[in-house]
Write a protein that binds this ligand. Structure first.
Ligand code: FE2
Ligand code: FE2
Length: 385
């Protein structure tokens, strides 16, 4: 598979993230076709309005029971992207394993589309589809940005919970971390000894996301979420400096394999972007590294109604570390859902509920102000590594 190198476009590079589409060949579920149409409309509208230079799928992408079916589902996902001639890449999620088509076969099927950059750089290490992709300056002369794609695997094998009824999520394994470190060092050698600033994409978030949260006070319980796994004995809210929305306890692995520590050791990762938790879209810094959730862009999986959304990352070639990122939600694009009933369409979560109460109590101005705060652009506040 030969693909032309990706470059910044007039000094900018914009990456659009689609999380947890959970598209399926099976259309027998309630409103399945309308749900797929809502997701497709969100993708098309976001592509037209945000004009990304690249699209990345964050895992739990597609489900089917045969190669023929999988080709059809992948075509449905990729079509709006390839129609606009936009390069794309992806990571796999835990649910991408729940079908009769192996991940290796799925890589081949995705690559039938010429705009797809998905590879598996080292089949000998844990996971499938671990790879990197460097982005060149607008003049094509130097590598400005690197993108890591890591497979966060499935559930913990051998666990008593390995029955998909109770979650017990796996992590990026130590051999994958060693591959990341070795490859980053090699890229740095080829780059005059300096690491290439990077973003990292994987499906299941790292445990360090909990450092963006604090324990809820008793009077905040209605506003809080219960933690997951080893964090499940407490209720949490976002720390005040964290942007976005916490809709559920981050479903991180119980084991910390040292991935975040490796990013700090190497010093190249400026931000890591995750899917998996369909209702979370918060973003904040831990030890100078942005940890950002991108909630589901789909309507087939569990979701919080019309708050399905996409995340945009914008990078300036001459100021890479001051990248920005922002969520854009279905409703903000002015789209109307064909699959959701009036309740889910209007009051979909605590955040919406609070906006409506504020609006009713204080008039339209309060509603507009609150909405502006929730969609505020998050700017990298790093001062250097
Ligand atoms: Fe998912
Ligand atoms: Fe998942």
């Amino acid at each position: 598979m030969q693909r032309k190198p990706l470059k910044f476009n007039n000094g900018k590079f914009k990456i659009l993230l689609f999380g947890d589409l959970h598209e399926s060949y099976d259309m027998s579920g309630e409103n399945a076709a309308a749900k797929s149409e809502d997701a497709s409309n969100l993708m098309s509208k976001a592509l037209d309005e945000l004009k990304p230079d690249m699209v990345i799928l964050l895992g739990d992408n597609a489900r089917a029971d045969s190669e023929m079916q999988m080709r059809s589902v992948i075509s449905r996902i990729v079509y709006p992207i390839s129609l606009r001639d936009i390069p794309m890449d992806l990571v796999f999620g835990n649910h991408d394993r729940e079908c009769n088509v192996t991940l290796e076969e799925q890589i081949k099927l995705y690559n039938e589309n010429e705009n797809c950059y998905l590879r598996d750089d080292d089949p000998t290490i844990t996971g499938t589809g671990n790879h990197y992709l460097t982005i060149k300056s607008s003049d094509g002369k130097r590598d400005v940005l690197n993108l890591w794609f890591l497979d966060s695997n499935n559930l913990v094998e051998g666990s008593q919970n390995y029955n998909l009824t109770v979650t017990d999520y796996d992590c990026v394994h130590k051999d994958q971390i060693e591959w990341y470190k070795k490859t980053a060092q090699k890229l740095a050698e080829d780059n005059g000894g300096k690491v290439i600033p990077a973003f990292l994409f994987q499906h299941i978030p790292v445990q360090e996301e909990y450092e963006l949260l604090r324990e809820a006070k008793p009077y905040e319980i209605l506003d809080s979420v219960k933690g997951h796994g080893i964090f499940s004995d407490k209720y949490y809210v976002l720390k005040p400096e964290v942007e976005g929305y916490l809709g559920e306890g981050p479903c991180t692995p119980d084991e910390n394999s040292g991935e975040f520590a490796a990013w700090k050791e190497i010093g190249d990762v400026m931000g890591a972007f995750f899917g998996h938790d369909h209702m979370n879209d918060f973003a904040g810094f831990v030890d100078g590294i942005l940890l950002a959730q991108s909630k589901t862009a789909g309507f087939r999986p569990y979701t919080d109604g019309c708050r399905a959304g996409v995340r945009l990352i914008t990078v300036d070639e001459n100021d890479v570390e001051n990248f920005t990122t922002q969520m854009y939600h279905f409703k903000e694009f002015g789209l109307k859902s064909k699959s959701l009933g009036p309740v889910q369409r209007n009051i979909t979560d605590r955040q919406d509920m609070k906006l409506k109460i504020a609006g009713a109590a204080m008039g339209t101005a309060a509603l507009v102000t609150a909405a502006a705060v929730t969609s505020k652009k998050l700017k990298n506040r790093k001062t250097g590594k």
